[in-house]
Design a protein around this ligand. Sequence first.
Ligand code: NIG
Ligand code: FE
Length: 387
Amino acid sequence: MSVLVDRIGQLVTLDPADPDRPTRNDAALVIDGGHVAWVGDAADAPAADERLDADGRAVIPGFVDSHNHLVFAGDRADEWEARMTGAPYTAGGIRRTVEATRAASDDELRATLGRHIAEAHRQGITTLEVKSGYGLTVNDEARAVRLAREVTDEVTFLGAHVVPADHADDRQGYVDLVCGAMLAACAPHARWVDVFIDSGAFTVDEARRILTAGREAGLGLRVHAGQLAADGGVALAVDLGAASVDHATHLTDADVDALARSSTVATLLPLVEFSTRQPYPDARRLIDAGVTVAIATDTNPGSNYSSSMTTAIALAIRDMGMTPLEAVTAATRGGAAALRRDDIGHLGVGARGDLVVLDAPDHRWIGYRVGVPLVAETVVAGQRETS
Ligand code: NIG
Ligand code: FE
């Protein structure tokens, strides 16, 4: 089954094979068998089985949201409200979600997860990474990665989210458990292992042990670091060859240099800064240094409960020094790089047919019309999902 997408206002391909032409006018595109089969001038478009008439609207690659915590129960709206009047964000709130998540049934968790996946698709997100991290026992973490695996291939084992209350006096024992029985139970269902490095979570030394064990179990590495302070996590992530270091808000010059010399992506999460009233990361500094930057939503009940990638893009443009095209690139190709994928995040020939039709003539309107639902249609592997 082939689909011709034509009458496109602006086509944002971000094709890595055509780096000097990230956007095109008067272009059309054909998806065949779930993948982009042809991109070119509309006048030369071949015939296809079906037609998607973009009617002058922009077409961009589907968003790749490479950082989410979606296997959870309950909410923490009270913490958010307190932050709005000056209370700080701390990792401590995670334990409240752990308690609610442990008490929930598989079906309850599955239903919440399904609602979030549908919500993400409605907002143009066509690939989602999902982390565990609100179970923190062998069985509860294994359940979380199994449920996540039902909805995505990009599953991350985050047993090292915080030390749970039941191990408060035995950090060492908890790290041993994460590296041992928990990892063994989770690794078969996961692609990645992640650690939250923070004064309220894990130290760099603990993270090194956990990530090394994860790597030995065949998992790729991701790290939460630099959310609330420059904490040494970036150097560790680069040293271990992690695919991504996430948050990356507080960075030393040495961190920026190390990232620039590595293939580790800096995944920025501006909705977290918005929801925790923290200063935004300086994306300009990273891009100018040559660091690959991604933007993700980090949807979770604590530090940010918005899944709006378009809002994240608008914040990145307004407050992080990114141009509109850099921000859209970070939310698509950047996310793909953070997941070490080259088949998504762009619309070059051979890429998966994941795209968004915007209710706007070009990509700049995402920031220009912040807060307005501009995602008219989300297409995943050539399948239309009207929203
Ligand atoms: O990425 N920072 C650590 N983990 C999440 C927040 C989790 C929570 O507060 O429940 C994050 O921001
Ligand atoms: Fe996170």
